[in-house]
Design a protein. Structure first.
Length: 172
């Protein structure tokens, strides 16, 4: 009985073995060496995904700053209007340069100030706002733009312009 079992196992083993295996190339028959190649492919995909996540996270950080800076600068300009010198709450009414300096002061680490553009305007053209921009009741609009470049290795891309605009009525 023992002999019979061995021959049956040998017969099953020979039937289950693929017949199309490379007979002339014995070093390619097994799966030896496939692990480093599979690891290399997975590593490349993992690193691309990791750099992509980091790049988009920093873009989101830069956009959040542009949005926050536009809102803060608009509030600051609305409070530092034409009449703020009468109660000594400011030394002079807000100008384009003052608003640019304010945004430069609140710029956090990681944001390149050279890629930052701040534009302030007083778009009202009716009533007293047509002659003097900074009067209470007029509107002030601040737009903050940031040119962001992705930091992905081996990938060249155009800068992405992230911008935010805020508008508020001057209260003071």
């Amino acid at each position: 009985m023992r002999r019979r079992r061995k021959t049956i196992l040998r017969t099953l083993n020979s039937c289950l073995r693929p017949r199309y295996a490379a007979r002339g190339l014995p070093h390619l028959k097994g799966e030896e060496g496939s692990t480093p190649i599979e690891y290399a492919f997975i590593f490349i995909l993992y690193m691309a995904m990791l750099f992509g996540i980091c790049g988009f996270a920093f873009a989101l950080y830069a956009y959040h700053f542009a949005s926050h800076a536009a809102k803060s600068a608009t509030r600051w300009a609305a409070v530092n209007g034409f009449t703020c010198t009468s109660d000594l709450s400011c030394t002079a009414p807000a100008t384009q340069t003052d608003i640019q300096n304010y945004v430069a002061q609140i710029t956090p680490p990681g944001i390149n100030p050279n890629n930052l553009t701040v534009t302030a305007s007083w778009p009202s053209t009716t009533g007293i706002c047509a002659t003097q921009n900074n009067q209470p009741g007029c509107t002030v609009e601040v737009q903050v733009s940031y040119n962001y470049s992705f930091i992905l290795p081996l990938v060249m891309s155009k800068p992405l312009t992230l911008s935010s605009t805020s508008e508020m009525i001057i209260a003071h």
